[in-house]
Design a protein around this ligand. Structure first.
Ligand code: SF4
Length: 366
């Protein structure tokens, strides 16, 4: 079997709700954490019976997976390994919040087979952490990274946020330098988006947010500083030292297939996209919802253009048995003249400036 899949597992719990966040998560006590773990172990078994393919990446996300504690996270991974065909060199990531991360048993996670950590820090500036409702300090994040490294993790990602209330180029630089000093191998840097029905959405008129121009400047500044410091941009919001790009996420952007287990988790399997609703009951009752057929030309163009490696003509030809339509390359030539895109004989891709308007350009292209 040459085709392999990604596996995503959702942990829908957090200690408290950040006001900008629209992920499916809620508070839970120890009993609820244990009950969910047991449900999850059961579902892992069920899914494994339907999936003969190899698993090349595993990503335990949330929510806050580290809230489960190392012992439960290890049980979950053991169950995946016992039931699925997990490749020996699989990338296995778990998300860690600096609040719970500084006390978690990283030795145990490492021995169980987790080999990549994604730590949600967002900023190293205390006032910004506060305005984001984060319940940890920058020091918690640094301690988490140091403990993880001491336990053998060398593939560690930190999340940063761009466009935080009152953020300036100086404060962003402080956060980026903090990540360098921690010596992490990967940095994700997302622009804050006010999602409907979040707390930030309700108070958006009172928030002092950078306007679109300021936000664009901050983004371009971050890209430049990260690149100069050896973190190469490989996707709109992701930067890595050579060889440390997230394989799990690259599979999404390459239009690869994956299974998502847990409430709100999405899957793309055997050409179909489907998901679990945002409630634990439907998950318990094995109720998934069909979304659409995936892997279409439009989807492939849209997803691959997120990557710096871009839309590869060869890959397009291989998948769809034809050349990329001429009207697309003609439009790309116009955007390339304006500095938004680049095209050579092998591929087309966005420039950092182009990423800022990529949604608009993509909708023009397809
Ligand atoms: S910790 Fe992460 S998942 Fe939980 S509420 Fe905050 S941003 Fe959302």
């Amino acid at each position: 079997m040459d085709k392999s899949l990604g596996l995503y597992i959702h942990i829908p719990f957090c200690k408290s709700k950040c006001p900008y966040c629209d992920f499916f998560s809620s508070k839970a006590d120890e009993i609820a954490l244990e009950e969910y773990t047991i449900i999850l172990l059961n579902k892992i078994k069920l899914w494994s019976m339907k999936i003969p393919e190899n698993i090349s990446t595993i990503y335990v996300g949330g929510g806050t997976p580290s809230i489960l504690g190392a012992e439960r996270l290890c049980r979950i991974l053991k169950s995946v390994k016992d039931n699925f065909n997990v490749l020996n060199n699989a990338e296995i990531t778990v998300e860690v919040n600096p609040d719970t991360g500084k006390n978690i048993n990283f030795n145990c996670l490492c021995s169980a087979g987790y080999n990549r950590l994604s730590i949600g820090m967002q900023s190293s500036v205390e006032a910004e952490l506060k305005s984001l409702g984060r319940i940890h300090t920058a020091e918690d994040a640094s301690l988490t990274v140091q403990h993880a490294k001491n336990s053998g993790f060398d593939n560690i990602s930190l999340d940063l946020m761009i466009g935080i209330p009152h953020q300036t180029a100086q404060s962003l630089e402080q956060s980026i330098k903090f990540c360098f000093d921690c010596g992490v191998t990967h940095i994700s840097s997302y622009i804050l988006k006010i999602e409907p029905e979040t707390k930030f959405d309700k108070i958006k008129d009172k928030l002092v947010l950078p306007d679109d121009d300021e936000q664009a400047k901050l983004y371009l500044y971050a890209v430049d500083l990260l690149e100069k410091s050896g973190y190469k941009q490989y996707e709109i919001s992701n930067f890595a030292k050579k060889g440390y790009e997230s394989k799990h996420n690259i599979n999404y952007w390459n239009c690869g297939e994956y299974i998502g287990i847990g409430p709100s988790a999405h899957s793309f399997y055997r050409g179909k996209r489907f998901y679990y609703n945002r409630n634990t009951k439907d998950f318990e009752n094995n109720k998934t919802v069909f979304d659409c057929f995936g892997g279409t030309e439009e989807e492939f163009i849209m997803l691959s253009l997120r990557l710096k490696s871009g839309l590869q003509f060869d890959e397009y030809r291989k998948r769809f048995g034809k050349e990329l339509p001429r009207f697309i390359t003609d439009k790309v030539k116009t955007y390339a003249k304006l500095g938004f895109m680049q095209m050579d004989e092998k591929k087309i891709n966005f420039t950092p400036k182009g990423y800022l308007v990529s949604n608009t350009i993509i909708s023009e292209l397809i």
